[in-house]
Each structure stands twice: as C-alpha cells, then as structure tokens.
Design a protein around this ligand. Structure first.
Ligand code: GBH
Length: 486
C-alpha cells in the first residue's frame, strides 16, 4: 500500500500534477483502473500468450521454390504501378530459408506463441487437386523448430494469397472458391494438427474483400459494383464457415478453431452511457457483413435493407455454415473509429478526423489505445465470446539505424505501452483475452506499401537480410518476462 501510494505521488510529480491530483485514483490519471491483486501493477493473467504475428507472402520469399504455384499477390505486385516502388514479395524476409535464425530471435524474446500463415499455393499449387508434399515439408520443419523452442504455433490458413489459378476462375466471386478453401483447410488441419493446436481460417475479411474486390488497391485489384462486391463478401464468410467445419471434421481432438478478423474498431467519443450505447450498436452494424454474421448466423436487417436489390444471394443453410461455432475469436486491432450518439435513424454517427489527429507513419494508422479495450469489450458483451486473442496489434514508424547500430523507436514503444495499458484494462474487468500477438516480429512486405512501411520490432536490412532488434524488441522482451507492464 505504502509503495503504491508513494509511486503514485512520484508519478504525479513526473507529470507536473499537484498534490491533490496525486490522491486521485490511478485511472483518473489516464492509467489502468484499480484491479484485483493478481492483476495489480499491470500484470496479465497467468499463462497469457505473448506472441508475434507474420504472414506467408509478407515474409517467406522463395516464391518459385519447391513447386509453389503463383498467387494473386505474385501477379498483382508484378503489375506496373500497383505497389510502392514496384516492390514485390519475391524475396521479402527470405524467411523460407532463414526461419531457424528467426525462431532463435523469437526464443531470445521469450515468445510463447507465433502466428504465421500457410501459403495455399505451396500446398495446392493450382488451388485444388493433389497436395504438393514439398509444400508441407517447409511448414512441418518450421513447426517442429517452434515446438523445440517452446513456442506454440498459431496457424492462419488464408492471409490474402489466393492461388492465381482460382482467381482465373473468378476468385472469391465464384462460390467454388469457398468450397476449395474448405477442402484445403481440412487437408492442412489433418496434416498439421498433431502438432499445431490453434487454427485461424481467414485473416481480415474486410481487407481482402473490400480493398481487393471493391477499391482495387490490393490483389486482385478489382473494382466491382456494389452487388457483386456484396456477393464476394458473402462467399468469403461462407469460405470461413466451410473451413471451420472441415477443420472440425479432420483435426485431431483438442484442436481450437477461430479466425483473425479486423472489425471496425468502434470507440465511444466520450465514455458516457449514450455514447457507449451508440458505440455498441455501431460495432454490430458496421461489422454486419463479416464478424456479426459469423457470430449471429444472420445478416442484420439494417445491412440487407441498406443494400436493397444489391443484397447478396444466400440460403439458410449457408447462414448456418457461416455461423458455425468457434472456439475463439482473434481480433486484429490498429486504429480507432470514434463514434457518438446521434438522432439519425441509425442512432450513431462516425466522427470525422480533426486535421491534427495523430497517426503513426502510415497515414491510416490513427493512434487510439482505447481500441484495444473496446474491440474485445464489444465482442464479449455483444456475443458472450469466452476466448479471444489479439491476433495483431502494432504500428509503422520511421525507424533509422543510428551510428551505434541501434534503432531507438521510442514512438513504437509509446504506442505499444499505451495500447497494452488499455488491453490490461479490459482483462482486469474480466474480458477473456488469452493472448496478444504483436505485428510484427520483422519488418516485412507491407502489401501495396512495399518495403516502405516498417512494422517490425526487429529491423531488417532488405539488401543484406541483416536483423537488428529495435528498442521495441527490448521493451516487449521485458513485458513478456514480467508478464505485464509493471
Ligand atoms: C493488417 O492489416 C494485416 O493483417 C497485415 O498483413 C498488415 O501487414 C498489417 O495489418 C499492417 O498494415 O491504403 O491507406 O487504405 C491492417 C488493416 C488494411 C490497414 C489495409 C491498411 C490499407 C491502407 N489494413 N489498409 S490504405
């Protein structure tokens, strides 16, 4: 008690606050609220999984090796003008050859879990047909090395690299792609689930559906009309549901199944009852075509009404498949969307960004630590989800290697510390978040932004492939060692 009081006073002094501010409860100073003794001092529950995340096309390279077939990202990144500087994932972090060194880095950090994705076209070079044994070899070796290092594998089946052969038949516009995804997921789960116990079907539905098929800034680069786009979204969630069922049917007992989605991170502008209620309603409606239909097994009325004649075509059977029960929900959380109550029919409205609102190096990445509180909080209160992971969180920064060979990314450390403080707030209120996967272990291929936006806690020199842990790696290592922020 004495100690806590003393440190609170010195904390207040640090902030230049008066003695009366020093006697306010901690949360009034913008820090974590009071907690039960086991979570005191910023500590997380025992067994909390501290991990990091990557994705196949962003790190592996070796795009023509061991029988891998081309994916839509090979095609798209090689099209002139589609990516920053014409950058492609041909080599990326060369993880395909350097995974043992990188697993040694993970071990050095003390990681408990590693989230990676499988390249579909390594396993099925043309999306369907006979599996390529050499594709499995790589993931077998990598998983064995993870387990030997005491790191749990968390395996994503689709992180946007659709086999090009399936895109040639319409990609996610074609319902057969959803079926092919289910078959592929079942084969992979059957093969890997003796060692990999956690599977995620898809990564970020809105990113590949909306940006890939509507805005055209990601592969396959299409700008479909509203109705066709809504049908793509439906096929994507159907693919998720078919994959859940196929993994369930093929995996060894004890396998846990989820997804890694990035629902719009709706936060109330001010934490008063009216704005809280508006934010909760907005979270459900703004995510209607992805997470909400997966959680509820039906589209919201507002979503279908809004689309009118452009609403997707679906059957009751498909809705049931989409709503297949999950063991956990993975949430990728980056920037917030501020929402306030309004008298409009929806009952809420999105608040515009003031010009001075801070963001990280990527313009889209507005800083809003509260999103790491509100996204799991809404998911828990709306749908009673009992097991959640933060499957991605992190940021881009303008990292420079200084003349002592160090990267002092104080801005990333600031970002992570504040986001984790809000995650701790959720966990200490009983929101069942079981782990956190930092995006990313390594600087890597940031899709249309190429190698120009670094998200790693380890710096990568893309000419030499030299790895240099940044200050944020040291920070994360300390968080893991203490199981929290204290
Ligand atoms: C995640 O996407 C991805 O899962 C991961 O692969 C990625 O590397 C990481 O985050 C960091 O971006 O062109 O200005 O509209 C996060 C969601 C969706 C955010 C695409 C950036 C494009 C920005 N992303 N979006 S913009």
């Amino acid at each position: 008690m004495m100690n806590a009081r003393f440190s609170r006073r010195s904390f207040a002094r640090l902030l230049g606050l008066s003695a009366s501010a020093a006697s306010l409860p901690l949360h009034a100073l913008g820090s974590a609220p009071p907690t039960g003794s086991d979570l005191a001092g910023g500590r997380f529950p025992e067994g909390f999984v501290w991990g990091s995340a990557t994705a196949s096309y962003q790190v592996e390279g070796a795009v023509r090796e061991d029988g891998r077939g081309p994916s839509i990202w090979d095609t798209f990144s090689h099209m002139p003008g589609k990516t920053h500087n014409g950058d492609t994932g041909d080599i990326a972090d060369d993880f395909y050859h350097r995974y043992l060194d990188d697993i040694a880095l993970m071990k050095e950090l003390g990681l408990k879990g590693f989230r990676f994705s499988i390249s579909w076209s390594r396993i099925f070079p043309t999306g369907t047909g006979a599996a390529n044994p050499k594709g499995f070899d790589f993931y077998d070796r990598m998983i064995d090395a993870l387990l030997a290092a005491g790191i749990q594998p968390y395996c994503t089946l689709y992180h946007w690299d659709l086999p090009q052969a399936l895109e040639d038949k319409g990609g996610w516009q074609n319902k057969d792609t959803a079926k092919a995804f289910g078959e592929y997921a079942g084969v992979v789960a059957k093969h890997l689930s003796d060692r990999a116990k956690q599977f995620m079907t898809v990564n970020e539905l809105s990113s590949f559906v909306d940006i890939g098929y509507r805005e055209g800034r990601h592969a396959p680069g299409l700008r479909l009309d509203r109705g066709r786009h809504a049908q793509v979204a439906h096929h994507a969630v159907l693919g998720h549901g078919l994959a859940v069922q196929a993994i369930r049917a093929n995996a060894k007992p004890g396998t846990k199944i989820g997804l890694a989605d990035n629902p719009a991170a709706i936060c109330p502008v001010i934490e008063t009852r009216e704005h809280l209620e508006a934010a909760s309603r907005a979270f459900r409606e703004e995510n209607a075509k992805f997470l909400t239909v997966i959680m509820e097994g039906k589209y919201t009325e507002q979503y279908l009404r809004g689309l009118g004649a452009d609403a997707p075509k679906f059957t009751d059977e498909e809705l049931k498949t989409i709503g297949s029960p999950l063991d956990f929900v993975g949430l990728n959380v980056y920037g917030p969307h501020w929402v306030r109550a309004s008298s409009s029919p929806k009952g809420y409205e999105m608040v515009e960004w003031p010009a001075s609102y801070p963001h990280m190096l990527s313009d889209w990445l507005h800083v809003g630590p509260e999103s790491l509180y509100w996204v799991p909080k809404h998911t828990h209160t709306l749908w009673g989800v009992k097991e959640m992971y933060i499957t991605e969180n992190g940021c881009s920064a303008s990292d420079v290697v200084n003349n002592q060979g160090q990267v002092l990314d104080t801005d990333r450390v600031m970002y992570l510390r504040n986001y984790l403080t809000q995650l701790h707030r959720a966990v200490s209120e009983g929101v069942p978040v079981k782990g956190y996967f930092l995006w990313s272990l390594l600087d890597n291929y940031e899709w249309a932004d190429g190698y120009d936006r670094r998200f790693g806690i380890t710096h990568v020199d893309f000419r030499t492939q030299k790895r240099t842990p940044k200050l944020s790696a040291e920070f994360y290592k300390a968080v893991i060692a203490r199981n929290g922020l204290a």
